[in-house]
Design a protein around this ligand. Sequence first.
Ligand code: HEC
Length: 456
Amino acid sequence: MIALEFTTFLGRFHPLFVHLPIGFLFLAIVLEWYESFRKTEVKSKLIPIAWLLGAVSATGAAVTGWFLGETGLYEEEYLFSHRWLGVALVVVAFVGWYIKSKPKAFPVKLQHGFNILLLAMLFIEGHKGGNLTHGETYLTEYAPAPIQKLIGGTGNKDVLPEFGTPDSVQVYADLVAPIFDAKCIGCHNAEIKRGGLNMSHPDSLRMGGESENVIAAGNTEGSELFKRITLPPKNIKFMPPTNNALTYDEIKTVEWWIEQGAPFEGSLASLKVTENIKPILLRRYGIDTNPKPWYETVQLQKLDSMQLSSLVQTGFEVKTLGPDNSLLDIKYSGSDLTKEKLSELENVKEYITWLSLANSNVSDELLSSVSQFTNLTRLELEKTAISDKGVAHLSELEHLEALNLYGTKVTDACLPYIEKISSLKRVYLWQTGVSPQTAKSTQENNERLKIVIGKG
Ligand code: HEC
């Protein structure tokens, strides 16, 4: 460990060293060009000296660089070419020194060719080194758009696939693994297992690395992986060590996945979508996890205007929910509702999603036809003569979410019927025969249902 620490110490001198060969070799080449431009008879002794200094300092840069690479903090894939090009540069610099110290012995073309070769190597090597520490897009990130286009960058790195419904999204494969693939796999794969950790497959990730709990299901604080990505970036243990930290959304996604037990299988619909992950799923992946109201999911042919106008003539107020939604919002508040009039509604029964018969003369018996309105989500019966018998007709409705019985004749006996409507979310029972105690105990037995009864 001590030995490793010492070489790491040496490695840290690499950024300091690398500028020396660039300076010396560049100077040597400029000097030589200047002299050939001036057509000097005798070449300056300074040229081979500068090449020698360049070669020696390049050796220093290569040795320190080699140690720095050994720390494992750089991605092998990019490190390889930088490393060996660096070694080649040292060789070329020494050969150059030899050639330049015998200017007469080698043809001028070779002398100049060597200069060009070395300049090209210096340029490529420097660029590769910069990419290793700053990331590949560092140089062009702020380039003007035409230049970006020329280089082939899109300028927008963060394009993510758009997903469909929550049950079509695999949490690990679609949301979590892509983050690891983009930012961790370079150093944690089957060949290069830094820290003993291979993140390329669920099975190998499950096995962990040198520490016991790389991922502790349900426990972010006990998960080494989560600790590593949330350390202060300057910390030596921060992951990834490259300039490629996880974004806020990515950290939150990983956090939520671990909190949910870090499952490797299962769709979004099978996990609890907490309030803090919802906006991220929507913003980052375009996944809307809020359940859609029933009336937005129903697909029906448009009704023709004849049918609608005949309803209006019968005395109903008729609206469609919107230009693209042909479901109907229907009102009737007169005191001359009859079975015949209601049978008009039966012709469009699957279109009716909101129905208000408040303040009308609707009776328990008339209500029986409402039981066929399969897409009904909201029913207003307030201030009518409806009693428990009428409510019994409603238990068949599968999508009814809101029921208003305020000011009707219903009593405690209607509650069992109400409980049967499994889709029901709110029922208004203010000023009825229902007692607050019974309402309260019914409420306690039905978590999803909200009974609004006022002070009683
Ligand atoms: C450039 C290389 C590199 C990248 C990229 C990288 N790591 Fe590492 N990782 C290492 C090295 C080297 C170690 C071993 C030294 C140490 O423990 O800090 C390590 C160790 C770890 C460990 C500790 C394993 C154990 O069992 O002790 C975890 C966890 C980890 N990395 C997670 C990640 C995550 C998550 C990412 C992506 C966000 C990531 N790493 C990206 C190089 C890398």
